[in-house]
Ligand binder design. Structure first.
Ligand SMILES: *[C@@H]1O[C@H](CO)[C@@H](O)[C@H](O)[C@H]1NC(C)=O
Length: 374
């Protein structure tokens, strides 16, 4: 009975043209399982603006069935049987009802196909901030099947917004461009500092939506994300490379349900700036481990607190596990930058060539009495 109701609700959502009310998870028809009528398709090309239920398109958008052949490449779809492809300057968008002022994170899956430097531009409108969009280069493959999930975050400026995913590229072949599947939204609750931890979201429990499907390979959080709009509230992703957000459902996680994997060596650092009292002593504690994803070998995490640093080595057998790390320091400033990165670059032992690295979790900062140092 429950199943029938769910299916009925899905159908109802999928066919209604009104902006849908938001719940964590896939957007209505967020996995593109409901497609255009045959009369609205020319080959794979979608011929009218509202042909894909719940979505509006512009430009060269293709509706792709899993197993579709392109040259000698077989296109697969991670969720269900259908996906869309955004060709030259193509765009898909959907209206959603949200709560004005709240923060949301958007997770979507994408795969590159033929163009060299495929990028996606994710944005919401209306948007009162200037230059508030996410530009995702998708040439690096992080997962073994070619599909990666990416996260972006925004603050809703109105109670109804439109989410757009746009391929800004122009290729010789107009059909060339990334595949998109599984677009999901999650409300973020920006965590606060507590007595038990001066850091926000130190255990990484608050973060973007992770697809529950069995093949999920975590969510890529792109670099150069500012504190304000981080899909990982409280944290800044510094430097050039992304980090990966993982959950207990699919990986080994030291504490709670979620953690991060430092997949970009020294090029992907995660940081937070905290208020400290000059002269006071603090203890930064954390867990370093592996995700149980075949990422084997020597690993090292470097932790920084202002000018102080500690290196924690961990030997991964690729089967899960973790050890604690600690950095005690005396604050020299009213603001101290806490930062972590992986010293080495690692790759999974499954020949996928996927980047991997140490897992970081359960990061705590506490003020300690001097006697604790002795
Ligand atoms: C990304 O999209 C936004 C919103 O449409 C636009 O203002 C911005 O110029 C775009 N950026 C790029 C690099 O295409």
């Amino acid at each position: 009975m429950e199943k029938i109701i769910t299916v009925f609700l899905l159908l109802l959502c999928a066919t209604s043209q009104i902006a849908s009310s938001l719940q964590d998870g896939l957007l209505p028809n967020g996995n593109f399982e409901y497609g255009p009528k045959p009369s609205e398709l020319k080959g794979t090309k979608v011929m009218s603006v509202k042909a894909i239920p719940n979505w509006e398109i512009s430009g060269y958008v293709e509706y792709i069935k899993s197993g579709h052949k392109q040259g000698d490449m077989l296109l697969i779809v991670p969720e269900g049987a259908f996906a869309v492809r955004l060709g030259n300057e193509a765009l898909i968008k959907q209206k959603v009802k949200v709560t004005k002022g709240k923060f949301y994170s958007l997770t979507f899956s994408a795969a590159r196909t033929c163009a060299q430097e495929e990028r996606l531009n994710v944005s919401t409108s209306p948007n009162h901030e200037k230059n508030d969009f996410g530009l995702f280069p998708i040439q690096t493959m992080y997962s073994s099947n070619g599909w990666d999930s990416y996260a972006w975050a925004f603050q809703a400026d109105e109670s109804e917004i439109e989410i757009s995913i746009h391929n800004p590229g122009v290729e010789e072949d107009a059909a060339c461009g990334p595949l998109i599947d599984s677009v999901a939204l999650k409300t973020l609750y920006p965590p606060k500092r507590t007595r038990a931890n001066l850091l926000k979201n130190g255990n990484f429990e608050e973060g973007p939506y992770i697809f529950p499907k069995p093949t999920s390979e975590g969510v890529i959080i792109p670099p150069q994300i500012e504190d304000e709009h981080s899909p990982l509230p409280g944290w800044i992703i510094e430097s050039l490379k992304a980090i990966k957000y993982i959950d207990r459902e699919h990986y080994s996680v030291p504490e709670g349900k979620r953690a991060i994997e430092l997949i970009g060596g020294k090029e992907s650092a995660v940081a937070q700036i905290v208020k400290t009292t000059i002269g006071r002593t603090y203890a930064l504690t954390f867990a370093v481990g592996d995700a149980s994803n075949g990422c084997e070998g020597p690993m090292m995490v470097e932790a920084f607190a202002g000018k102080n640093t500690v290196k924690v080595s961990y030997h991964s057998k690729g089967k899960g596990g973790f050890k604690p790390g600690v950095l005690k320091f005396r604050a020299e400033s009213t603001r101290t930058r806490i930062m972590f990165y992986s010293t080495y670059y690692s790759m999974r032992s499954d020949n996928s060539g996927s980047l991997c690295g140490p897992v970081l979790d359960d990061v705590k900062l506490l003020s300690v009495r001097k006697s604790h140092l002795l």
